[in-house]
Design a protein around this ligand. Sequence first.
Ligand code: T5A
Length: 217
Amino acid sequence: MAVGGESGSAFIAIEGPEGAGKTTLAQRLASRLRNAGADVLEVREPGGTPVAEAARRLALDPDLEMSPLAELFLMLAARADLVSRVIRPALASGRVVITDRFDLSTEAYQVAGRGLPRKAVLEANRLATGELKPHLTIVLDLPDGVGEARQAAAGKPKDRMEREAAGWHARVGRVFAGASGPAVIHIDGTCSPEEVELRAWEAVRGRLGETFPKGQG
Ligand code: T5A
């Protein structure tokens, strides 16, 4: 299966629990792709437009209490704006878009974490994205607690989600670990950043074969 669209565009999502190494991988993968000649755009979710960044600040503010539905709609408002104003135009102009989180995170945090009804959330997500799906989703697998320890070691302050109890994080983690489908691959997030990058690059290159001939990068 080829990942890329007709013009060489491709939409790659990197998913996984907190501290799994998503941002690290997104940057390394973007660099590999650029070296191979791709025009790459990196985005993060929630975020990437003024409206989406404002929604992110609200949704992750540890001093704010909000209902699970309010949280869901902030995430989806951010996604709708990012997809329509940034991701779709980039793909239409032949760029490779790498997103740090996408819709699998909603299934993990708002469905499994908050207990919102899956079918309705997926339907709302389809509305927000206009049914745009990543060509490839790379899930970084990490045992419970490892990501939290990494974030603590890096001195990252806890956001509203990260302050949730261990059981909540375990439910969230099971969604990432169990994600499957033809466009989903899993990489062991406990490997070194170099090894994670190599495995991701092999997966991307294997699926982008026509756009980035083997041997490049
Ligand atoms: N959210 C998001 C929802 O609830 N619903 C949604 O629909 C969406 C889209 C976003 C929050 O929003 C929630 C989920 C989140 O709570 P975020 O900041 O984007 O928040 O997500 P985090 O996962 O919290 O971000 P982090 O930056 O902390 O985690 P990353 O990106 O997975 O990890 P990274 O690359 O920053 O690395 C963390 C530390 O580990 C080291 C790094 O150097 C860094 O110090 N590291 C490694 N160490 C060892 N081995 C490796 N392979 C390593 N890779 C990185």
